[in-house]
Design a protein around this ligand. Structure first.
Ligand code: BG6
Length: 490
């Protein structure tokens, strides 16, 4: 287990403190960190929201939320008693900062402490809350602000938010969350690439045939349907999580782990992405939406039915063929796909190497398959290298694909901390390496905006797929056309 570094005494204010994110992710993550002894002194978690409720009522909600989301045995009465002492509630309407006296006086008790404002609210409130903090004199030398994704819904709105927040906080005090960067396995990508000399000489066009990145979910959109219907899979998943994964796979080795060294390399990748324009968008992208079907043995209704039979053209699935125009990756496609209500929940990155240039093994049952490095992000986190080996036996010389398998769970045997645990601690330590810089967010939006504009201009249709499948047939065809296939074969 990595060394536990206690964080200095802090006041963490969660705007949107009664919301879904706070209850399902942030408070359980904080509970775990407190349970492991990472908090010092009387560090406080101050939930802020519009609701007129008492602290006791709020604590009642937190207790229920923790019991719902923690695994068996993780909720302990003694630990809860200690944790609840840290949790406070204050009524503060984000849109009315003149009435934040409760918050001001609470924070005023410890003006010198590390102070973090976590904005788990709609992005339209990011600017007003940042201004409210400033107007009320709550931004101190040690203050930081955390913005949940999405930062806007296109480049223009992201810029507007970044400008508004940037008037009140310096860039190195603004922490834009992409929770994928907090996942242990995503950080392991850095370890794999730069903690081993084995891969780097092969990590380029000479040896790599293509890369595929899949983030598949079996769940539908649930209670967020109205929000999701405005956003769609491209904005919800590709603009942030998928592009971040692509950047970590494709970037040049940074000179150090310094936050700007890593982010400087990622931004170069974003800037080198070939735009999907009206001329090439149809060939290089697939939009899909789920119909009724069966997921994990249970019947699942279609997206339109969830919406109340409205006819929506929002994509719940997207597959893209992406080219990176630089020396390392010229003509090495990156295929991305993500969707809701797919066959199962898994996220993985597959780096497929080139075929052997000449086979000395004729007539093979399995052919001579190319090597593949699979980085499994979730579940069953691990790394798998597929190789060809000789089938044992005295006769013939038959090859068979086999795998070198590294399961992180078996190797380290630990509970994997949730991404938010790591990210919250990084904010409290003031380390922005795992957060998105302003230029990254805006560049990612710029590339996404072009796809959306091209879809609109070419009136690209949304293909349907059966819930519980691997997406529309067009997604397989996207690969098939290039003589490739999604891994595993689906
Ligand atoms: C969120 C998206 O950012 O990521 C959700 O808004 C999605 O739609 C979620 O379900 C997936 O996260 P994870 O960690 O479960 O893969």
């Amino acid at each position: 287990m990595a060394k536990l570094i206690p964080v200095d005494e802090f006041d963490l204010v969660i705007f949107g403190g009664t919301g879904d994110l706070a209850m399902r992710k942030l408070l359980p993550a904080l509970y775990h960190r407190d349970r492991d002894g990472q908090f010092t002194g009387d560090s406080r978690i101050i939930a802020a929201s519009r609701r007129d409720i008492t602290r006791d009522e709020y604590l009642g909600r937190v207790e229920t939320a923790l019991k719902n989301s923690l695994k068996e045995g993780e909720f302990e009465d003694s630990q809860w008693t200690a944790f609840r002492d840290r949790v406070h509630y204050v009524q503060a309407d984000a849109g009315n900062p003149e009435a934040w006296s409760g918050l001001s006086s609470m924070l005023g008790e410890h003006p010198g402490r590390d102070r973090v404002a976590y904005l788990a609210t709609a992005p339209s409130l990011f600017g007003p809350i940042a201004r409210g903090l400033k107007q009320n004199g709550l931004v101190t030398a040690t203050s930081r602000i955390v913005l949940e994704k999405p930062v806007g819904q296109d480049e223009a709105s992201a810029r507007e938010i970044n400008n508004a927040v940037g008037h009140c906080f310096a860039e190195d005090r603004i922490f834009r969350i992409d929770h994928y960067l907090g996942k242990e396995t995503v950080q392991n990508l850095l370890a794999l690439r730069f903690g081993n000399s084995l891969f780097e000489p092969l990590w380029r066009l000479n040896a790599v045939d293509h890369v595929q990145i899949t983030v598949a979910e079996d769940l539908g959109v649930g209670g967020r349907i109205e929000f999701y219907d405005r956003i769609g899979a491209l904005r919800d998943m590709v603009q942030n999580h998928m592009l971040q994964l692509l950047c970590l796979v494709a970037m040049e080795p940074p000179a150090s782990l310094h936050h700007d060294a890593v982010r400087d390399e990622k931004i170069k990748v974003l800037r080198a992405l070939r735009p999907l324009t009206e001329a090439n968008v149809k060939t290089n992208s697939v939009r899909g939406q789920y119909n009724a079907g069966t997921v994990n043995g249970e019947p699942a209704v279609g997206f339109d039915e969830e919406l109340g039979d409205a006819k929506s053209t929002t994509e719940t699935f997207v597959a893209l063929k992406v080219e990176i125009d630089n020396w390392r990756w010229s003509n090495v496609p990156f295929y991305l796909r993500t969707g809701k209500r797919l066959k199962d929940k898994h996220s993985e990155i597959v780096v497929q190497f080139k075929d052997v240039p000449h086979s000395i093994f004729p007539q093979q049952k399995y052919g001579v398959q190319p090597n593949r490095l699979t980085i499994r992000l979730q579940p069953d986190e691990g790394v798998r290298l597929s190789l060809m080996a000789k089938e044992p036996g005295p006769g013939g010389f038959d090859l068979q694909p086999v795998s070198l398998n590294l399961s992180f769970e078996e190797t380290f045997g630990l509970r994997y901390p949730d991404a938010y645990e790591r990210l919250l601690m990084e904010v409290l330590r003031g380390n922005p390496a795992l957060f998105m810089r302003r230029d990254e967010v805006e560049s990612a939006w710029k590339w996404i905006d072009t796809i959306i504009a091209s879809w609109e201009a070419t009136e690209q249709t949304v293909e349907t797929y059966v819930a519980g499948s691997w997406g529309p047939t067009a997604s397989s065809l996207l690969m098939d056309r290039d003589g490739r296939a999604w891994r595993p074969d689906n």
